[in-house]
Ligand binder design. Structure first.
Ligand SMILES: Cc1cc2nc3c(=O)[nH]c(=O)nc-3n(C[C@H](O)[C@H](O)[C@H](O)COP(=O)(O)OP(=O)(O)OC[C@H]3O[C@@H](n4cnc5c(N)ncnc54)[C@H](O)[C@@H]3O)c2cc1C
Length: 334
């Protein structure tokens, strides 16, 4: 029996490919006209940083996220150059505090930073280097996943009417619609994130650099060809709409603190969307009759979607999976 996957963001595409690779017949439908700004996945930074996330997130994010690097690298272009965490001099005690909670890194001094990232020479006296981390370009990666699905005869059916498809389709439906599933998942909330893309020919970075920031996890991800993604603000707000002045100023200040040479960079894109999140910021794979909801990837869409997809397979086979366990306090509203 064919499995119908609703939603072709990162959750839907990774789930559809995982199911197809496991031998299932799959269809994937999306109501948008194509992959673009209507999917939260469009805005992601693409850091695969389980050990950095260990500093601030539940331990399960690292434990389930570490396998994502190999999962993606086996299927799409992934850069495995590690990642750096730095702090302006006045925040060096914050860097030490961050280091106490993070895992699998080494301390670098100014010379070692310059050896890794020559353009950061003289900018920071200390950094944390997470050698095993990786990053990808989310837009390229999702297009590459679609190509892999196409090889298996699965093409995303854009412009679909899900209600009509569900009537026609008798079998299992995997609901990966992100925030659009909120009516069925009332505990889901949106956490607003804003990002920018700049072009700067004068500075080159080989890996994502995260800057300790008092209000949000701030990082600069090189996208090649002089392009850099700067993300991402994190507000408890479900307001949609373009980036705010506050968000833009915060992101650009962080970029400037990383290197004043970015002052001449051109801002070529701004964007904002809502990250789908449950109250504990962990994903859920919730079975509701013939519909299995895979949602709540919060800021870990790329890091946790392979694990979520594996849990979808478990739940389809009638087994309990880690992300299908809903804590009692949330069960009523999940
Ligand atoms: C600024 C920003 C930066 C981020 N950075 C990172 C990062 O660096 N790393 C990371 O891992 N995560 C990051 N995230 C989070 C990540 O983007 C999300 O976790 C992820 O995109 C959620 O994916 P999803 O597939 O659940 O939802 P979406 O990407 O929103 O996909 C849902 C899909 O469902 C479709 N849909 C909606 N309604 C219907 C319907 N009725 N029928 C069919 N289809 C429908 C939509 O068109 C869409 O394509 C970031 C998020 C933001 C906003």
């Amino acid at each position: 029996m064919t499995v119908l996957v609703a939603g072709a963001g990162v959750a839907g595409l990774v789930t559809a490919l995982t199911l197809a690779e496991a031998g299932h017949s799959v269809r994937i439908v999306d109501k948008a006209a194509g992959f673009g700004p209507s999917a939260c996945s469009w805005y992601a930074g693409g850091m695969l940083a389980p050990w950095i996330e260990a500093a601030t997130q539940d331990a399960v994010v690292k434990r389930r996220g570490v396998t994502a690097i190999d999962w993606w690298a086996e299927r799409v272009p992934v850069t495995r150059n590690g990642s750096l965490v730095v702090a302006p001099g006045r925040d060096s005690s914050e860097l030490a505090r961050f280091a106490r909670r993070a895992e699998a890194f080494e301390w670098l001094d100014g010379e070692a930073i310059a050896a890794l990232e020559p353009d950061l020479a003289g900018r920071f006296s200390k950094a944390l280097f997470f050698a095993d981390e990786a990053h990808l370009d989310p837009r390229q990666a999702l297009v590459a996943l679609q190509a892999r699905l196409a090889v298996r005869g699965v093409t995303v059916e854009y412009g679909a009417d899900l209600a009509a498809e569900m009537k026609r389709h008798g079998g299992t439906v995997i609901d990966c619609r992100g925030m659009a599933a909120k009516p069925e998942l009332p505990a889901l909330r949106g956490v607003r994130g804003e990002m920018l893309i700049v072009r700067c020919a004068d500075i080159s970075l080989s890996r994502p650099v995260r800057l300790i920031h008092p209000r949000f996890p701030c990082y600069v991800v090189p996208r090649g060809d002089g392009h850099f993604m700067i993300g991402a603000t994190q507000y408890e707000s479900e307001r949609r709409g373009p980036v705010t002045v506050r968000g833009t100023v915060d992101l650009l200040n962080a970029l400037y603190a990383l290197h004043p040479g970015f002052a001449e960079a051109e801002v070529i894109e701004t964007g904002a969307d809502l990250r789908p999140a449950f109250p504990d910021n962990l994903p859920r794979v919730v079975s509701d009759g013939r519909v299995i909801h895979a949602n709540g990837l919060f800021r870990h869409g790329f890091l946790l979607s392979p694990a979520v997809a594996r849990d979808v397979c478990e739940v389809m086979d009638g087994r309990q999976a880690e992300f299908s366990h809903v804590p009692d306090r949330q069960r009523q509203s999940a």
